[in-house]
Design a protein around this ligand. Structure first.
Ligand SMILES: C[S@@+](CC[C@H](N)C(=O)[O-])C[C@H]1O[C@@H](n2cnc3c(N)ncnc32)[C@H](O)[C@@H]1O
Length: 163
């Protein structure tokens, strides 16, 4: 499989997870978190699919397409290892979805980052809420779900929060 094939599958998995959560959590109140704004592509899809919800966005910097800049009050800049626990301490309503696209070209560092962040993600989410992540999460509070939409890739992972 080429890197182009892998990229396309990852994008399909992202979209399928976001679309699935929009239906699954329709009747459950709560915000959505985008962890990794990047170019803003998945943020753009999240705000389209969750138009009535606050979508909090995390990154160390804003380097997104000009059409995909989140409102300042929902933007949390800084290292995830600081900004995510800080958000958890603010005691928001439990979130219904965390979309975490945190990977870089350094695979080992990306894996370590997700291991570090998983406990805070668990604190932030409501019971039954969803996590979609580009990293494999091994945490007892996350139950693995199959990727929706028939997408088959080992590069994206879908979980339900158990509490
Ligand atoms: C794969 S990109 C996100 C792509 C984005 N979801 C999109 O659709 O365009 C990952 C992002 O995570 C950010 N990032 C990675 N590690 C971080 C860290 N420790 N703290 C804050 N931001 C981080 C990077 O700056 C980058 O923008």
């Amino acid at each position: 499989m080429s890197r182009l094939d892998e990229f396309i599958l990852r994008m399909q998995a992202q979209r399928a997870c976001i679309d699935e959560v929009a239906l699954r959590m329709l009747d459950h109140p709560g915000p959505v978190l985008e962890v990794g704004l990047g170019n803003g592509r998945t943020y753009d899809h999240l705000r389209l699919k969750f138009p009535q919800r606050a979508v909090y966005v995390f990154d160390r910097e804003v380097a997104a397409h000009p059409d995909c800049i989140p409102p300042a009050e929902l933007l949390r800049l800084g290292d995830f290892r600081t900004s995510i626990p800080a958000y958890a301490r603010e005691k928001h309503r439990p979130a219904i979805f965390i979309h975490a696209d945190v990977g870089s070209s350094n695979r080992a560092a990306s894996t370590r980052l997700a291991v570090e962040l998983a406990p805070s993600w668990h604190d932030i989410l409501a019971p039954g809420a969803c996590l979609a992540c580009d990293q494999l999460i091994e945490h007892e509070g996350f139950e693995r779900l199959p990727l929706p939409g028939g997408v088959v890739t080992s590069q994206y992972h879908f979980y339900r929060c158990v509490k």
